[in-house]
Design a protein around this ligand. Sequence first.
Ligand code: SF4
Length: 705
Amino acid sequence: TENNTFANNTTTCCYCGVGCGIVLSKDNQERITVEGDKNHPVNKGMLCSKGMNLHYTANDKSDRLLYPAMRYNKNMPLQQVSWGKALERTAMVFKALIAKHGPDSVAFYASGQCLTEEYYVVNKLIKGFIGSNNIDTNSRLCMSSAVVGYKMSLGEDTVPISYDDIEIADCIFVAGANPAWCHPILWRRVEAAKEKNPDLKIIVSDPRRTQTCSLADVHLQLNPGTDITLHHAIGRCLIEDGHIDLDFIAKSTNGFEKYQSTVFETSLKDAADICGIEESDIRLAASFIGNANGFITMWTMGLNQSVVGTNKNLSLINLNLITGHIGKPGSGPFSLTGQPNAMGGREVGGLSNLLPAHRNLNNESHRNEVEKFWQIPLGTIQPKPGLTATEMFDELNTGKLKAIWILCTNPLISLPDVRKAEEGLKKAKFVVVQDISNTVETLKYADVVLPAAAWAEKEGTMTNAGRYISYLSKVIQAPGEALPDAEIICRFAHKMGFEGFDFKNAAAIYDEHAALTEGTNIDISGLNYEILKEKRAVQWPYPKQEKAFGTARLFEDHQFFTVDKKANIISFDGQNQSEPLTPAHPLILTTGRIRDQWHTRSKTGKVNKLNQHISESFLEIHPADAEKRNIKDNDVVEMNSLRGNVRLKAKFSTDIKPGVVFMPMHWGKILKSDLNRVNNLTSNLVDPQSKEPDFKFTAVEVKLY
Ligand code: SF4
């Protein structure tokens, strides 16, 4: 209402995983303004450039999908229809495909930007009622290596620390991340901590000298793909210098002896040569860690988006485990979530290999618990994992997968080897696109289009990077006939004839999800919308039987979530498995974000102020590599890989390691050309354990166009 109280107008930023609190005000034209929420425990009033400009995105309805639409065959144009007609047709096609080809002939591809309630109902629908595990999300492209790493080492997918640990750490190792641009408000907290305590040591490992490096005491500018070798070398130094916690290792971990022999297989000199850095810098980094009372490892896509992403995660977490820097103030592993609600999605089981509340799909008693809770026959939930993000598009190509429903994401910019993914979408028998934007490239292949409500137009929750569950309020009406994503899914479930989707509102969905967590490690049965509105962000677990205030730090008792309660120090060789460089493709392409754009630019691309920072895609190349190819700064160049090509301007930089080139992930098709889309090039290799793509290592060549 116009008389919104302060509490009712608070919400959470919908961009990165930091989860900053925002206070919204609106005028009588339903136009909003934003400001940082000074009472929010995460950002304390601060917002970065993206969050600060969210009102422009929310107020601009010019590119919004307003009505459901569909076409009866691929050659016809889309026509506006009623919600009833769109969902009836979709249900009819889904039923026919399932009857003829089985439940695994359909799939849902969702997003780490979906709210927890949305994830919950989609996951319930496909796993519990359709009888397939074919749900995956773009979180597969982002965090799945961290998920597997945490599960293998700590027993469960969990971030053990709180943001408040930043202010009491003595040493922070930022591995393969640029939080100064990609998690800016969290990084402001690191900057403030360093200003207050100049003895706080910052180590950064990255093949590029990014904004984050300006705060670093040592920048390890390593060769792409050599992170495990670096982490092992640091581990070796810590052991040699006696900077490990033998008591913690003996009482609370498994696997140290094998780890010790593994890290001693490579001399420090050889490790430095492999990584392309100075031996003395490895020793310096190790001494910072060894002398710290509180040590945080912080990482994101540089480790996750790799064909050996799980092992990169494990090798970094091992540094916390051998030094005993976990479960104590200012210490612990801290994966920075790329998307705002990647964690919440995993908590409701929203990946093809998960069940709600971190239960395991391959565990019969876990499946039965969920089946009883959902009141469906035992044996309904299938034990075999469904298709992952990239597998879905592969199987559209083979014809095994017939229908795909895409919610809140644009795979035609973000998937690796995207032209192959596009071929898959062309071959699909039936495509549903549920989105806010009328410019998203997937619409070209859609048989049914469903307009969704956007941020500030719907209510729900997210779990941000540090296990912080936060609330998002509905403040303005969605345009046209757009509906909240959860409501669309529930209406579809009705059309399919399924019971169990009669939710009165978003709070009722949340309450069902929370009840299903009871008794698990992520128990939030004591947490509801009222508490979230008041406290703004609460870290799980929050069980109802305890006097719960959220749990800032996990594992303070050194009891991990593994069967024997010990953490696992896991060893393996450091070999990278990316595609090889060849004389035809001698350069390594790495991809990533820039400061003022978000994902595929459907929101940030609408804001002039944000486009002013960097207005078009570019190729960052070292002058030495450019000179060998007769390329000058700002020349238009063509870059190719075994999969495709792009054409764009070269931008010289000595901040990138020779032999490596960088291109942002955000841009896709403009008009009729797809030549600014980096994923025309990227490798289709995935980590065998996490199924996360190898975005950070593609063999390419660049030439003058
Ligand atoms: Fe939003 Fe992330 Fe910026 Fe905070 S740091 S305002 S959550 S984009």
